[in-house]
Design a protein around this ligand. Structure first.
Ligand code: C5P
Length: 226
């Protein structure tokens, strides 16, 4: 299926985890592998899109492709800045990253010494990248989000859809053992702003990427939908 709707279009993808420094040797992070975002970047590039992949620290990288530009970032604040810099030019923005919700208020310049007492680190909220850019969505631009829940999660995914102004949100439920972090397969529920609710079968992240891009392609074609 040579989907021409992506030819020459700019696609911005955030992917992977973020790392929030506690001191020069320690950080707060999560188990995101970046697999899903990397698969989306590869498949979109194959369809002729110009992909900007803002990638947190991961072991994985996409296969090199002339249409993929990787912007490596470490922290949520770095990812936020890079995303803002590339938002205007993007036709499609896919928020795949597992952004740390909190960061240390004041990372220590020196390695924190071990003491006999408990240690307190004050954490402050990171900006919500998807929500901030969602409040600034451009005419005709599509925003797609992900939601990972340890329970059913449909209600909270619907809330994210609204709150972050997504066109659709892809819900991973960790209840489904084939879904989520580090896995090669995924089973998701797609919830869209026009009240669709589609549960996909278990499939590889590559195949899911293809199906999500098909869906995005048809939204790009049906401009009235947006
Ligand atoms: O609110 P929650 O983190 O569950 O929402 C997940 C969605 O929001 C994902 O698409 C994720 O990439 C995006 N997000 C973000 N910036 C944050 C937190 C989440 O872009 N600080």
């Amino acid at each position: 299926n040579p989907d021409l709707s992506f030819q020459g279009k700019n696609i911005l993808i955030t992917a992977g985890p973020t790392q929030e420094a506690i001191d020069p040797v320690r950080y707060i992070s999560n188990h995101s592998s970046g697999k899903m975002g990397i698969a989306l970047a590869e498949k979109a590039a194959e369809r002729g899109a110009k992909v900007t992949l803002i990638l947190g620290p991961t072991a994985l990288k996409p296969k090199p492709h002339p249409n993929i530009k990787i912007i490596p970032v470490t922290s949520a604040l770095d990812m936020f800045e890079a995303s803002q810099n590339h938002h205007n030019e993007a036709k499609v923005v896919i928020f795949c990253a597992a952004v740390a919700d909190y960061r240390s208020e004041k990372p220590s310049v020196e390695k924190i010494k071990k003491k006999d007492s408990a240690l307190q680190i004050k954490l402050v909220k990171n900006p919500d990248i998807a929500k901030t850019l969602g409040a600034n969505k451009k005419q005709g631009q599509l925003h797609i989000g992900f939601a990972l829940e340890t329970d059913e999660g449909v209600l909270s995914a619907e809330n994210k859809l609204k709150e972050k102004n997504f066109d659709f949100v892809v819900l991973n439920s960790l209840l489904d053992s084939e879904a989520g972090f580090q896995k090669d397969t995924n089973q998701v529920t797609i919830l869209s702003k026009n009240k669709e609710n589609i549960k996909t079968p278990v499939m590889s992240k590559e195949l899911l990427a293809i199906q999500l891009l098909d869906r995005i392609g048809s939204l790009l074609e049906n401009k009235f939908d947006n």
